[in-house]
Design a protein around this ligand. Structure first.
Ligand code: NAD
Length: 330
């Protein structure tokens, strides 16, 4: 019940009426039942079921798979780079050992596909003018990105060794409704709505290619349906923008002054630019994003404006401790 997983479940329930979904989630700080409050176990004529548990629990995963599951999609992860710099242990546990546990439980089964949700961060920073294709070397710079790269390699080795029908999607930064407010775009929006200062790392010129979460969800659905086992697919929006400009656009949308922006010491090893060549997925899946950054930011800002009851409790809870520890280290 994290950000992308909950959006994916809602999207797939709506657009893929033949699918039945079992959602296994440990409900960490980032796993929020409120993200799927509109969907209860048993809904959709029994098309949706929730199981509380850890992907590292091979016995539990085996039990779930025995129930006639034919596709695994792995969204479960520790996902925040800053937290991985403070403590990498849970990242190795869930992202590396957890992925291997899912692969172990999947081994030898007649699965249609095992879709691993990966990230552009495994490639590390892209030099100006270079868009990384799927064959680019893996050069992760944060513990988070290194753990995701390790997971990708474990998935590919499982495909080669045991024939697990692994398909890897490496997407650029996502944004949209239900994103935990430690991440850049919801942090800017919610701090602005509260008239609080907004931390911007370094000079704010780091470039990210923002993908609206619904576009990512559609691609993951297509990978489930038609991804080629053993293949990696880059998933991009094609609109690289500096962080400062994104913050500036958001401030305009919420009607707050740029004086709220506060430049803070850069994140260690902060990747300057991410950029992917997504020609493969465009050619093989006929995919191109439906959302421009302007449309997506407008929809996202509107969602946070309309749902303070979702984000206010988060910001006064666990988030506060992390925020104060992380930004006071500057
Ligand atoms: N958010 C992005 O911009 C982005 C971009 C590219 C790829 N990804 C990848 O997409 C996936 C989802 O990212 P997100 O932003 O939705 O993350 P998130 O932090 O919002 O959600 C992670 C979810 O995983 C669950 N989880 C964590 N450890 C678990 C475990 N051991 N067992 C079961 N469940 C566990 C959490 O409870 C939570 O529901 C991750 O694999 C991430 O690496 C994210």
């Amino acid at each position: 019940m994290g950000f992308i997983g909950s959006n994916f479940i809602r999207y797939a329930m709506r657009t893929r009426p033949a699918w039945t979904i079992v959602n296994l989630d440990k409900l960490t700080y980032a796993g929020n039942p409120a993200n799927l409050a509109d969907l209860q176990s048993g809904d959709g004529g029994g098309r949706y079921r929730f199981v509380l548990g850890d992907i590292q629990d091979v016995a539990l995963v085996t039990h779930i798979l025995d129930d006639g599951i034919d596709v695994v999609v792995n969204f479960a992860a520790e996902s925040h780079v800053d937290r991985s710099i403070l403590d990498s242990t849970p990242f190795l546990q869930t992202n590396v050992l957890g992925t291997q546990a899912l692969l172990d439980a999947s081994r030898g089964r007649p699965l249609g596909r095992f879709v691993q949700v990966s990230t552009d961060e495994v490639y590390g920073p892209a030099p100006a003018g270079v868009d990384f294709a799927e064959e680019a070397p893996l050069r992760p710079t944060s513990p988070y990105a290194a753990s995701k790269a390790a997971a990708d390699l474990l998935c590919l080795s499982s495909h080669k060794t045991y024939g697990t029908p692994v398909v890897i999607g490496r997407s650029t930064n996502n944004y949209g409704p239900y994103q935990y407010p430690e991440k850049f775009i919801p942090l800017v929006i919610t701090q602005a709505l509260e008239n609080e200062s907004i931390p911007i790392y370094g000079d704010g010129r780091q470039i990210r290619d923002w993908l609206y979460v619904e576009d990512h969800c559609e691609v993951v659905c297509r990978l489930v349906e038609a991804g080629q086992p053993g293949e990696i697919y880059n998933i991009a929006a094609g609109t690289g923008v500096p962080n400062y400009d994104v913050a500036d656009q958001i401030l305009k949308l919420v009607g707050r002054p740029v004086s709220l922006l506060r430049f803070v010491t850069d994140r260690p090893a902060h990747d300057r630019r991410y950029a992917l060549d997504d020609a493969k997925i465009r050619a093989t899946m006929g995919h191109s994003p439906a959302w421009t950054l302007e449309m997506g930011l407008e929809a996202t800002v509107r969602w946070y404006v309309d749902h303070p009851q979702w984000w206010r409790p988060i910001k006064s809870g666990e988030f506060r401790g992390f925020y104060e520890t992380w930004y006071s280290r500057q």
